[in-house]
Design a binder for this molecule. Sequence first.
Ligand code: IPE
Ligand code: IPE
Ligand code: MG
Length: 276
Amino acid sequence: MNWIEETSSDDKAVIDEIKSQGKLPKHIAVIMDGNGRWANEQGFTRTKGHLEGIESVRDIVKASVQIDLKHLTLYAFSIENWKRPASEVSILMKLLETYLKKEFKEINENNIRLNAIGRLNSLPTSVNKLLHKITNHTKNNSGLTLTLALSYSGRWDIVRAVQMLSLDVRRGKLSPEDISDELFSKYLQTSNMPDPDLLIRTSGEMRLSNFMLWEMAYSEIYITEKYWPSFRRDDFFQAILNFQRRERRFGMTSAQISKEKNSSSYFQRVVNAINI
Ligand code: IPE
Ligand code: IPE
Ligand code: MG
């Protein structure tokens, strides 16, 4: 099914509004939080919350394709989440596997490139294999890059990058003076994507929970009280419209921004600052 052709007329109106604003984020990252609380408040099990959360994932991925977003990164399971009861971890892994199996065809048909970041070898073998199969199968797709952060934590990736960088120094491939912001970024698992322009976190929590710590240096943050299972396309579009109304200054003053808005030096600085 082609999701772009399926866009409803109501969605078309808001998508046109988003597109007419011009400043479409290239990369949106989402901390999908609140599945358990959503379920608890309605007397359901946490599993039901995770199941409904998958419906939100489907809707947000589809909406991302419809607005022609380039990168969507979803924080689905953190390294810290391994500390949850084994029964919940096992259910989450099963749900992930089912989601991937079910969505594979539609993901591919909609030109999505699936990508995964995190300590993937600590996932169950079946999940790891499936991820490899889908990422490999979709690697030449040119639409949305959908990145799932699984068994991921920002500090873990930074430490991993430092280890690899040190090895290159020890082997003589690099000297410590060569290490720059840009070079360091190349060692992270996110090296093939721009830094997130916008971070959305659901369920009202005001924290990063170890998500993309390096990459979020200049991301705009949008926090909504809605729990992830009730966060759907309209909320997503509102978050984007809110982002588009903001002024990103990257350390400069507001006057500099408005003066230089149309000049190429401004554009160049923004490009440099957000590391495109
Ligand atoms: C997000 O919802 C899903 C994962 C972290 C895997 P939670 O399961 O964290 O739900 P709350 O925060 O307990 O409500
Ligand atoms: C963050 O949610 C991780 C994911 C959404 C995968 P948590 O529910 O684990 O975050 P904390 O522990 O409340 O910060
Ligand atoms: Mg939570």
